[in-house]
Ligand binder design. Structure first.
Ligand code: ADP
Length: 497
């Protein structure tokens, strides 16, 4: 296979800055692509929270000029470093006015910064200017989410005849369709493209500019982070108003599931858990269960199934439905532990539950990486009643840790967890379709019944689950297939009459 030149543009990447799954992808996919022999680079902002000394970042000798339409040309410094434990170059844009703040997108009240349109037009435009300054003529520019969605549009307009990009195809990955980058139409003048693109087939959305829509319409190919979610966003339930656009551009839409980091999430070596275990030697998992019960102050019993959840406590995760079914769920002979932060009503409600069911329910409101590992290791079941889930990570960790996921069949959950089939004895978890308290209560009931009455089936599922792998190498190979397809499409377009 030909060695590809790829520039990945992202507003966040692990370990430098993270608010969601996008950062995981931006930090892991380039490494896997590099290991497969490709020349991949990353560009992102240098937020105030990123310490250049910590990562040994070095300034490039020349500053970068970025044309910003009616705002004129703006200049930034470019810091160069490497993704940790790799040879992937990463470039940070240093511009105090745009990125000097600690937070990435929102003020302390959770409201988006008023200049987010300018900040991310700058990032998008700078990514292309940087390619030129580095004499890097990419085969692929890979944009991610609304923040960099205008990149494909810029390539098709202002950079259409630029010699540096004559063979460049664009990819847009949508990690979450809910966030679209909706701005006052004056952003058109900062983009600097012709107002003829402000129409219902490209950028316009109810008299506003919609960055994501522009990206979907202009990308050579675009994808979501699971096949299931790619299908769902074409419906009104999941499309957040862009379902028609998604359907219109369905022929260029693909679905590629994310991988997970099996060096961090491995019960055989995990540094956060009290005992290690594998699918052939499971005794360490019982030790982890005891530890978990102790941490949450629950009775230390082997003969009770423990359920867990680690989540942002928000609408997307179906936390309201869990709350609604708590009384029913707590009527089973089970224990349940929760780790999460999010909406204040959820903090109050679930904290209150620990006083109503002190012997059964434990809850820690906060963010705690080590505890997340202990929950994955110590539980028998993991609960994920998501309203929508573009990919989802915790069900993948749960499979690896032999903690059977109980999921609502949506997006990436549907693609990665196989429902228990009682007759055949197959499956890796328990699934339900309708998001309501009855369905959740009944499915947890089914899992409880299986744990108590059919331990052989439970153990078989546990082994099946632990053998599953969702690696970044597999995902990277799928992205490469998509890149190749995009390059062919671009070539065809160039040779069209
Ligand atoms: P999303 O990105 O939508 O929040 P994912 O399942 O894709 O959901 O990923 C969430 C990640 O964040 C998982 O690795 C999960 O373990 C972690 N996480 C979420 N909340 C917490 C928390 N309170 N403490 C520790 N880790 C958390």
């Amino acid at each position: 296979m030909k060695k590809l030149r790829i520039m990945l543009v992202a507003s966040e990447a692990v370990p430098f800055a993270k608010t969601g799954g996008l950062a995981d992808v931006a930090g892991a996919l380039p490494k896997a692509l590099k290991e497969l022999g490709h020349d991949v680079r990353i560009v992102m902002p240098r937020y105030g929270s990123i310490n250049p000394h910590q990562y040994n970042l070095k300034s490039l000798p020349r500053p970068l000029g970025v044309p910003m339409g009616i705002l004129g040309e703006q200049w930034c410094a470019v810091l160069e470093g490497k993704l940790p434990n790799s040879h992937v170059p990463i470039y940070f844009l240093e511009h105090i006015l745009h990125y000097g703040r600690q937070a990435l997108y929102n003020d302390a009240n959770g409201v988006g910064f008023l200049d987010n349109d300018n900040r991310f037009i700058f990032l998008s435009r700078a990514s292309l200017q940087l390619c030129k300054m580095l004499h890097f003529a990419p085969d692929i520019v890979h944009a991610n989410d609304w923040h960099t969605s205008v990149v494909p549009l810029l390539l098709n307009t202002l950079y259409r005849y630029d010699p540096n990009f004559q063979h460049t195809a664009s990819i847009l990955t949508v990690h979450n369709m809910q966030y679209q980058g909706l701005f006052y139409k004056g952003a058109m003048d900062v983009l600097g493209i012709d107002w003829k693109h402000f129409n219902m087939h490209e950028l316009e959305w109810h008299d506003h500019v919609n960055f994501l829509k522009g990206g979907i319409c202009h990308a050579t190919l675009w994808n979501t982070v699971s096949q299931g979610y790619a299908e769902e966003i074409q419906t009104s339930q999941y499309g957040y108003g862009l379902e028609g656009v998604a359907r219109h551009h369905a022929s260029t839409l693909r679905g590629i599931i994310n991988g997970i980091d099996y060096t961090t999430w491995n019960p055989e070596t995990d540094k956060h858990i009290t005992a290690h275990y594998s699918e052939t030697h499971l005794s360490g998992k019982h030790t982890c269960k005891r530890t978990l019960q102790r941490i949450f102050g629950l009775p230390e019993r082997d003969n009770v199934p423990v359920f867990g959840i680690i989540s942002r406590l928000v609408d997307q995760k179906g936390i309201d439905v869990l709350a609604e079914s708590m009384t029913g769920i707590m009527s089973y002979d089970i224990q349940f532990v929760m780790l999460g932060t999010g909406e204040s009503w959820a903090h109050d409600y679930f904290s209150h539950c620990t006083t109503v069911w002190p012997e059964k329910f434990g809850c820690y409101i906060g963010y705690d990486e080590a505890l997340a590992h202990q929950i994955e290791a110590g539980c028998d079941f993991y609960v994920m009643p998501s309203r929508f889930e573009p990919c989802g990570l915790n069900q993948l960790y749960s499979l690896r840790y032999g903690t059977l996921p109980i999921i609502r069949s949506t997006g990436g959950l549907k693609d990665t967890v196989e429902n228990f089939h009682e007759k055949r004895g197959t499956g890796t978890g328990f699934c339900f379709d309708d998001l309501n308290a009855h369905a959740l209560y009944n499915t947890i009931g089914w899992a409880v019944y299986t744990w108590y009455n059919n331990p052989t089936a439970y153990k078989t599922m546990q082994k099946n689950a632990m053998k599953k792998r969702f690696t970044w190498e597999d995902s990277a190979r799928k992205y490469l297939e998509m890149y190749d397809e995009a390059i062919v499409l671009k070539r065809t377009e160039l040779h069209a009459p």
